[in-house]
Design a protein around this ligand. Sequence first.
Ligand SMILES: Cc1cc2nc3c(=O)[nH]c(=O)nc-3n(C[C@H](O)[C@H](O)[C@H](O)COP(=O)(O)O)c2cc1C
Length: 199
Amino acid sequence: MKRLLTICLLMTMGVLGALAQGENYQNDAIKNIMTRTSIRKYTDQPVTKAEIETLLKAGMAAPTAVNKQPWHFVVVTDKAKLKELAGNRGRMLEQCALAIVVCGNLEKAMPGKAQGYWIQDCSAATENILLAANALGLGAVWTGVYPIDERVEAVSKAVKLPEHIVPLCVIVIGHPAESPTPKDKWKPENVSYNEYGEH
Ligand SMILES: Cc1cc2nc3c(=O)[nH]c(=O)nc-3n(C[C@H](O)[C@H](O)[C@H](O)COP(=O)(O)O)c2cc1C
């Protein structure tokens, strides 16, 4: 009973914290950005096909260098596959409704020195998906893969990626079973005006 009360209290604090974080912002899009936080515990409520498509459309709405759209998204809903993807991600992958493996497509990427822009392109897509998930009331977390060779290898094997498709990250998604307070990361000292160190 005491444990249940503590959980309820923590959840209420989480919701109040999230509200407090967003309350200064009138604009819905800004509020969505400021209230997004990583969610790593999920209920067993399924995520609909329409919601998944919205997440993917949000991902593909991201900007990319020279509009190359050098990406591929692998949606994983199969429980056995999710377990295979788990690696160091532990129980998250057992609870979640789905995961999206965000990959770079090196055949669509910029040539030569600019090839590495695929990482930024796919990162922009990833953040768009996280924000769309928050807007839909879903919980999600970015889990890193690239540039750690062993993770790239393990994820590529699990979802059978060809050589030219490189996994950047695995986004784990589901209906939230926790409501942590979004972190306040505003640090004016991390900003300069006109010249480094000028505040
Ligand atoms: C490149 C990258 C890799 C990450 N990898 C992991 C991961 O492997 N496991 C995890 O639980 N969270 C991972 N995260 C989520 C971060 O831990 C989280 O974003 C950070 O602590 C800030 O918290 P917030 O998302 O709630 O603002 C990763 C985030 C990024 C951007």
